[in-house]
Structures are given as C-alpha cells and as structure tokens.
Write a protein that binds this ligand. Structure first.
Ligand code: NAD
Ligand code: IPM
Ligand code: MN
Length: 357
C-alpha cells in the first residue's frame, strides 16, 4: 500500500470550487485502487485569511508544508488584497522556497472542437512548455527610488543565474531526449542584451551534450505568432519565467481556454514537495456562481499521479477528460454546456469509476 500526504490550499475565488472536484477524483481513485491511499490536510490560507490575520499564510507555513508529498492548490488573489502581496506571500513564496524550478504546462488539444484555430487538428497542437519557475523576471529583485517625487525611478531586475539557467535547460533537453521530441528555446536576445544573450549561449552549450536532440530557437515575439499560426512547430519548449507565463495563456487559448489549462510546479530532486495547480486564477467574475470549469484542476490531479509514479492513474484521468469532453451536456458554460462545477465533477467520477467495475 502506498500512502501519500496531500496538503490542500484551495485559496480564493473559484479555487475552493475546483479543488473540491479534484479531491472527489482523488477519493474515487483511493476507493478503486486497494494499493493507494491519500490523506488530506486543508490549509485556510488566502486573501480572506489575510484580511483577518494580516498575512497570507502562517508564519511557519513553509515548515508545515515540508512534510507533505504534494501540495494541491486552487488559486490565489482576490480584489481587496493587492495582487503583488497575495501572490508573493503565498504562491510565489512556495514555488521559490521549495525550489520548484520546473513548471510543466502541457498544451494539448484534447478535443478538436475546442480550438478557435480553424483547420488545426489535435495532432498539430500537442506540446509541452517547460517554464523556468524560480528566478528570471520573477526574481523579485529591484528598487523603488524617490517614490512620489518627480525623479521617481523603478527597477525590476531579471536574475538569470548560471545554475538556474543551466538546470532548466538541461531538464528540457532530458525531457526531449526521453520522449524523442524536438526542443525549442524561446528567448529575446535581440533586445535583452544580457539575460537572453546568456540564455541563448547556455542553450547552445548544454545542447552539445545532446547531439541527438533536434533544436530550434525563436524570439518570443515570433514564438507567440507561431503558437497561434503554426503550433505544429512545437514539441517541447523551454523558456523563462515571464515568457512561460504569457505563452502558456496563449497555449490555453488555443486548446479550450483557462478552464482546461494545468501546470505542475516540480522540485525534481524531491527535496521538497511539488505543487499542482490549474493555470487559471481565482476568476472573481464567475466565483460563487458554481460554474467554474474544474477540468484544469482535475488534470492537475493527473499530473500529481504521474509525479507519484502512478502513471496508470495519470492516463486514466486524462482519457476520462477526453471522454467527458465529447458529452456537451456534462460540461460547464465556458465550454458551451449547462452543467455546474459539481455536476461536472460528479459525472467525471462516475465515468472514471465505471471503467474499473
Ligand atoms: P483568471 O484566470 O482568474 O481569469 C481569466 C478569465 O478566465 C476570466 O474571464 C475567468 O472567468 C476565466 N476563467 C478562469 N478560470 C476558469 C475556469 N476554471 N472556468 C471557467 N472560466 C475560467 O485571471 P485574472 O482575472 O487575470 O486573475 C484573477 C485573480 O487571480 C488575480 O488576483 C490574479 O492575480 C490571480 N491569479 C492567480 C493565479 C494562481 O493562483 N495560480 C493564476 C492567475 C491569476
Ligand atoms: C500563473 C500565474 C502566476 C504567475 C501569478 C498569479 C503570479 O499567472 O501561474 O500562471 O505569473 O506565475
Ligand atoms: Mn499566468
């Protein structure tokens, strides 16, 4: 019997609504599979917690999370608390403190009707974005000088360490080699004359160890064009923190929207827990209405199962997602259906369970 300890941070807005459905899926798996058990500990951290306690999480929150095998997070951020406070004190803090330097975001068209790109097939939209997740433009380095004065100056410094750049690029080469796919680096060396020139050099340098991997290198503006116009160019993509953030929202747009996009924040050395979360935020415009699409959060559970070495379950979840996407009745309004968040979750669990009777 394998037991996994999962920390739940449902967070804000639609976060708790979609995490509840992911937990239903985990509980269903536990019921079906006699070799697996999960324990859940829920943390009430987020913007409401901040308004009551003046902080987004407990002072020793990182210590508390260390003992878990994985963190399952909904979304963080809500009007009433400045975003740079809520996100830095919780989500970005966990990514950094747990050195989750790899962010894996699949851009996979699970059903051909979901893409707004006419004539693009599922075969043409199927790639993986590997986003640097610990430094770069998100290093939090900078200064705000002469605040409010006419000579006011703001600095936001990108930090690209050799260690940080090499390890993410190496991870991506390994992934491309392992899966026999091409690797595309996305950067911006023509304008960012230190950081991205360095990135490109490291990409070439590390590539010498992987002569078997076919590579491409695009500037981020051209890559954005190709994400929409020719997504078939991509198989594995490696890019910096900010470019990865932006590009994966484009990825979401071409594969069915934010309700379907997932991302895993991985510490490959497994020294600290990894964190699984949908790419979307707290969606204040639809929160509380019970109409958020939980599929992204359920796909995060699939990524968690892969990470736990339970590939069979990772695949079973993904194939059930593909199946449920064929049944419009069961889908939420963002996908043209009429189902509520929990109706979709319940239907999903029924479908998944029916495969194992
Ligand atoms: P968002 O992802 O919350 O919403 C963007 C759009 O997508 C909205 O129209 C929303 O209704 C829709 N959407 C998102 N998820 C959906 C779902 N599951 N089903 C159906 N529709 C969905 O982005 P935003 O509006 O820019 O940000 C809102 C808040 O969330 C901000 O505070 C932001 O900082 C935060 N945020 C947090 C995370 C995170 O915790 N990982 C990610 C992104 C944004
Ligand atoms: C994401 C989010 C976060 C990011 C924000 C909320 C800080 O947009 O996970 O894509 O930019 O990484
Ligand atoms: Mn984002």
């Amino acid at each position: 019997m394998k037991s996994f300890k999962i920390a739940l941070i449902p967070g804000d807005g639609i976060g708790p609504e979609v995490v509840a459905e992911g937990v239903k899926v985990l509980k269903a798996i536990e019921k079906i599979d006699p070799n697996l058990s999960f324990s859940f500990t829920e943390f009430p951290w987020g913007c409401e917690y901040y308004l009551e306690n003046g902080k987004m999480m407990d002072d020793d929150g990182i210590e508390q999370l260390k003992e878990f095998d994985a963190i399952y997070l909904g979304a963080v951020g809500y009007p009433g608390v400045p975003d740079h406070i809520s996100l830095w004190d919780l989500l970005l803090r966990i990514r950094k403190e747990f050195d989750q330097y790899v962010n894996i975001r699949p851009i996979t068209l699970l059903n051909p009707t979901l893409t707004p790109l006419k004539d693009k097939t599922a075969k043409e939209i199927d790639f993986l974005v590997i986003r640097e997740n610990s430094e770069g433009e998100y290093a939090g380095a900078g200064d705000w000088l002469f605040k409010g004065k006419p000579e006011e100056v703001v600095l936001q410094t990108g930090v690209f360490s050799r260690k940080g750049t090499e390890r993410i690029i190496r991870y991506a080469y390994e992934e491309a080699r392992k899966s026999n796919r091409t690797l595309t680096s996305v950067s911006k060396g023509n304008a960012l004359n230190y950081s991205m020139v360095f990135w490109d050099e490291v990409f070439t340098e590390v590539g010498k160890e992987y002569p078997d991997v076919q590579t491409y290198s695009y500037l981020v503006d051209a890559a954005s064009l190709y994400f929409v116009a020719e997504p078939e160019r991509f198989e594995v993509v490696v890019t910096s923190n900010l470019f990865g953030d932006i590009l994966t929202d484009i990825g979401a747009a071409i594969t069915g929207g934010m309700g379907l996009a997932t991302g895993a924040n991985i510490n490959p050395e497994r020294k600290y827990p990894s964190m699984f979360e949908p790419v979307h935020g707290s969606a204040p415009d639809i929160s509380g209405k019970g109409i958020a699409n939980p599929i992204a959060a359920i796909w995060s559970v699939s990524q968690m199962m892969d990470y736990f070495g339970e590939k069979k379950w990772g695949e079973a979840i993904l194939s059930t997602i593909k199946e449920i996407l064929l049944d419009k009745e069961s889908l939420t309004p963002d996908l043209g259906g009429v189902a509520s968040t929990s109706e979709l979750g319940n239907r999903f669990v029924e479908l998944l369970s029916s495969k194992f009777v």
